[in-house]
Design a protein. Sequence first.
Length: 296
Amino acid sequence: FLSTVMDSSRGVCLGVSILYLSLAQRLGLDLEIITPPGHIYVRYKGKDGKITNIETTARGVDYPSDVYLGIETKKLQQRNIKEVPGLTLINQASLFWSNEKYETAITLYQKAQKYLPEDDLLKQFLALNLLFVGKTKEGEALLLTLKDYKSEYLTSKETIIEDFLNKKTDVEAIKAIFLPVDGNRSSIIEKQKSLEKIMEKNPEFRAGLFQLTNTYLQLGREKEALKYLNKYYAIDPLDPVVNYYLGVLSYERLDYKNAWKYLKNTEYLLEKENHFPQALKGFKETLKRTSPDPNI
């Protein structure tokens, strides 16, 4: 446990959150457990209903709840204390996954299912790792149960499942998008080359296109990033995250006409989800100050 708290590579947010929960139990305080995508923090709800967020990666700072929402995340998922051991196992499994030790990851995901039997994201992680070790029938069977899966907390469907079941991608391509990078230029370029190679075989693999876009953005090469985003948009014009990225990149390249186009697309798609994130409002205000809405 202490190694999880002390070693940032093992997920500080989880370890520190567990520490807060342990102390709260001793003090008789009820803390709520919140898990935005890829993160965990705790919060306290007073008798008056006032929420105090405790950001475990920033010395317990009380960030506004809106900070944890975005174009993709429309609702915060609350967990119960019985699920925490499962979350710990998922965190451990992710480390073995990133080191390509898929068998160990599978064992840990299966253990996590005892605590999170209905968790669809856990099922997806387990299914993918089964595919990685050649247990294709088991992996596909599990993915089929998630065929129409769309998280109530997110604004768009999980594309990896859909693309794999529709033969738009293969196991090696999925492995490639999860290749870790350590933040330095050579690591990013190495992943980029791997992704470009797999996209030659799987040109309609949306997660591959998005990951490739991210590598170019990390290298500050917006022109190439825009190229791959446009390819994604041609395949799936109803993805709000892609529309938002296209809008922001168009704005940064002084293409205000397209910036407005993709902004309005994003607004339309998110309105259907009853979601009005601050990030989108902020982008709209910035765009207004630079270029008036051409349709007004």
